[in-house]
Design a protein around this ligand. Structure first.
Ligand SMILES: O=C(O)CCC(=O)C(=O)O
Ligand SMILES: [Fe+2]
Length: 253
């Protein structure tokens, strides 16, 4: 069983001031080990239509290796991952000031040779079509550091709003005044951040895997969008095994 993290008032206040709050060691080493086991289990399961969604990428190391870049839509298929998403819901509710509901969940595997992420706000990925506001819980599975592409976070606009366009990363002009800070993290650490916090990360050119779990929640009072979100995404950016030959699918944000 995973513990249910509970935030202090100081952590809640800090989140409201900055749009994010970092909670080191929120899960114990033995809980972090469970997340490691569950993510490895998912990565070795056969890929099937109608199960969790697996996306691949070609290694940047030039060896032609096909890597798992991420696995999404896990909670209906994996009781452990469902428990993880559920265990974070209460603390997200503390930050939202009301009951939270899961919007989407994924593990970014960022294997050796895995690509980084261009600077963006998560809400740029079309999220405003569904609810008005979201908070992510980012749980570190493997140590993330400067050599394997840990997250980097910049200050968000005072009011939560988009500073860039939907469906494209932030531009050089939009990021030139931003100060991205490296956030090396350890297994079991949680970063809570809202959908307007600019962030990015470097590719992983090291020899160690860097898996991080991301679960995104919105206010239950705005609606439960998980099924609709994945139904829409299945049309525009389906998992690799559901893709039509000859059709091009482009990852946008
Ligand atoms: O895994 C990372 O380094 C960042 C991922 C991210 O920002 C995203 O998936 O939206
Ligand atoms: Fe992101």
């Amino acid at each position: 069983m995973l513990n249910v993290p509970v935030l202090t008032q100081a952590q809640i206040d800090s989140f409201h001031e900055n749009g994010y709050v970092f909670v080191p060691g929120a899960f114990s080493p033995s809980e972090a080990k469970l997340l490691d086991t569950w993510s490895s289990d998912l990565a070795t399961r056969p890929e099937q239509v109608g199960a969790h969604w697996v996306y691949h990428e070609e290694s940047l190391k030039g060896d032609g290796k096909q890597l798992i870049s991420r696995i999404e839509n896990m909670t209906p298929f994996h009781p452990g991952m469902k428990e993880l998403a559920e265990s974070l819901r209460a603390s997200i509710g503390q930050l939202l000031g009301e009951e939270a509901v899961l919007f989407k969940d994924k593990v970014n595997y960022k294997m050796p040779g895995g690509e980084g992420f261009k600077p963006h706000q998560d809400a740029q990925a079309g999220w405003e079509t569904y609810a008005r506001y979201y908070i992510n819980a980012m749980v570190t599975i493997d140590e993330a550091n400067t050599s394997n592409g840990c997250l980097e976070v910049a200050k968000r606009p005072e009011q939560p709003k988009l500073v860039g366009n939907e469906w494209e990363p932030l531009t050089i002009e939009q990021t030139q005044k931003m100060d991205f800070k490296l956030l090396p993290t350890k297994p079991g650490d949680i970063l809570y951040f809202d959908a307007y916090v600019p962030h990015r990360s470097e590719p992983n050119m090291s020899d160690t895997i860097r898996r991080i779990y991301f679960a995104t929640y919105n206010k239950l009072s705005e609606g439960d969008f998980l099924e609709r979100y994945y139904a829409d995404k299945r049309q525009s950016f389906p998992p690799d095994i559901e893709r039509q030959a000859g059709k091009e699918y482009v990852y946008r944000v």
